[in-house]
Design a protein around this ligand. Sequence first.
Ligand code: CP
Length: 296
Amino acid sequence: MNKISTVNGLDKKFLESLFDSAKNIKNSWPNLEQIGKGKTICLLFWEPSTRTKLSFEHAAKSLGFKVLDFSPSGSSIEKGETFEDTIKTLLALKVDGFIIRHPEDKISLKIEKLLPEEAFFINAGDGSYAHPSQALLDVYTMREECKDFSELKVAAIGDTKHCRIIGSQVTLLNRLGCTDIQFYGPKELLDDNLSPSFSEITDGCMEDRDILYVIRVKNERLKDNENIDMEAFKSIYQINESFIKKTKFSGSVMHPGPINVDLEITDDIATSEKALISTQVENGLYIRAALLSLIS
Ligand code: CP
């Protein structure tokens, strides 16, 4: 497995092995086997990132890889060089692995075709399509919380429609035995492909949920005709003390970040004992190191 655009091709055996590898890396950190010695990884980010980019960089360096940081701004892209020629140039510079984030939906599928068979590639987020390493680290974090995925009850709330993580996360959870996943949010932000979905937040509706996965409103991906009244959104869907009380939610709160504090979640909930948000970021380091260890 040396190209990961989506989680679709990752079976249960692969996932168990990847999660075991991440667990070993977590236990050994920072003393890792230098499997990256003599190899070069390039990070190409056409969109902003803190967690994904820095955790891939930190993981790669900790495994002994050389890391090149390509930034479109200041590169020959500004002189009209195409995406394809940029990749060809990096291949000529002996780059072995590519970690790419791009705003275009499904560009990862084109990149897979563009790269030679031996080149390693991980999609670090393409438009609203996929963000496999985030979905993997989220499910790894849920796995640390639950003994048995078939017993796990998940609720996702917010902008599932423009979120590039949630579809992959559902695929992974289903594959591992978790099928009880509910989706909450205003009608305009609910993904029609995900069910059951609810726009109403009723008393006690989350009493049996173990995980509440909070999703930011992706303002950068809203179309001109998708106007969201943020004050109305906050009054119903913001995760705050009164939301927790009304829904009787008593499980763990997750959020992929970045958080818009006091918009989709209040600071007191995001920093409470219920929140696994920092654990998710930390686990991102181990999952990405485990993914980079797949390079041959
Ligand atoms: N969750 C996530 O992808 O965060 P960054 O945009 O900071 O990488």
